[in-house]
Design a protein around this ligand. Structure first.
Ligand code: KIV
Length: 272
């Protein structure tokens, strides 16, 4: 297939909109550090998300709640230093935008100023509308996030698939329209039935990017360490493994240990 947007030197929100219009799927992955982001930069990845999943992947927390704005800014600025083509979106962490739109704007401005990212993402629908509107009023592009919203884990009590009942499905659909009308440039829908995600994508003009939301959406996002097989013991049904890099790393480290112990490293050529 010919990819319509492959030649762009910078992916913008408008490019993503065009991709949806032309039926070209959007590929999005997470990154939290310079080294991984450099590997992504060598590819034609469309969107790089500095997700607050960094709380789990980089910091070992069970939920995404503990990560701070300062930490997200460190991760995001490291990623931005490596990326020139992809659109870089940064998650606003828990507690930096809910319930206080002025604080939301101040947090978003810090992210944009201190990281050089292109956009922010935040979780929730109508309940965070005021925050979204205020951030947008400053000219900061906002990506929404509906369905399973991990920052609300204490309300849900589970990471199981969301919106399987009609009432919640209707609420997600309603919120999707609210976010589009507010001016969000795109939307992530996480772990909802494929039929619902597909209807949202068909109803909305903005690109809908799914994770565990089936193929009827405008793009897909995965956590890079999950799809590379680096994350330990995490294998939800939606995850496809594109490598076993965790095993490769362990083997390499074992080999190094053995080489050091047996004095086969360094050899004559590996010294001065
Ligand atoms: O934090 C994150 O990585 C995310 C993706 C899973 C969409 O929000």
């Amino acid at each position: 297939m010919a990819y319509l947007q492959t030649d762009v030197t910078k992916v913008t929100t408008r490019v993503l909109q065009n991709m949806k219009l032309h039926g070209e799927k959007i590929a999005m992955l997470t990154a939290y550090d310079f080294s991984m982001a450099q590997l992504l930069e060598r590819t034609k990845i469309d969107v790089v998300l500095v997700g607050d999943s960094a709380a789990n992947v980089m910091e070992g927390y069970k939920t995404t709640l503990p990560i701070t704005l300062d930490e997200m800014i460190v991760y995001a600025s490291s990623v931005v230093r490596a990326i020139s083509r992809a659109l870089v979106v940064v998650d606003m962490p828990f507690g930096t935008y809910q319930g206080n739109s002025k604080q939301a704007l101040a947090s978003a401005i810090r992210i944009m100023k201190e990281t050089g990212a292109d956009a922010v993402k935040l979780e929730g629908g109508e309940e965070v509308l005021e925050s979204i509107q205020r951030i947008l009023s400053a000219g900061i592009p906002v990506m929404g996030h509906l369905g399973l919203t991990p920052q609300s884990i204490n309300k849900f009590g589970t990471y199981a698939v969301r919106a399987t009942e009609e009432e919640e499905a209707n609420r997600v659909m309603h919120d999707a329209h609210v976010l589009e009308e507010a001016g969000c440039f795109s939307l992530v829908v996480e772990k909802v039935p494929a039929s619902l995600a597909s209807r949202i994508s068909q109803d909305l003009k903005i690109p809908v990017i799914g994770i565990g939301a089936g193929s009827g959406v405008d793009g897909q996002v995965l956590v890079l360490q999950d799809m590379l097989g680096i994350t330990q013991q995490f294998k939800p049904r939606y995850l496809r493994l594109y490598g076993h890099i965790g095993e490769d790393i362990s083997h390499a480290i074992q080999q190094y240990i053995s080489d050091v112990k047996t004095m086969s490293f360094p050899n004559d050529k590996e010294q001065y």
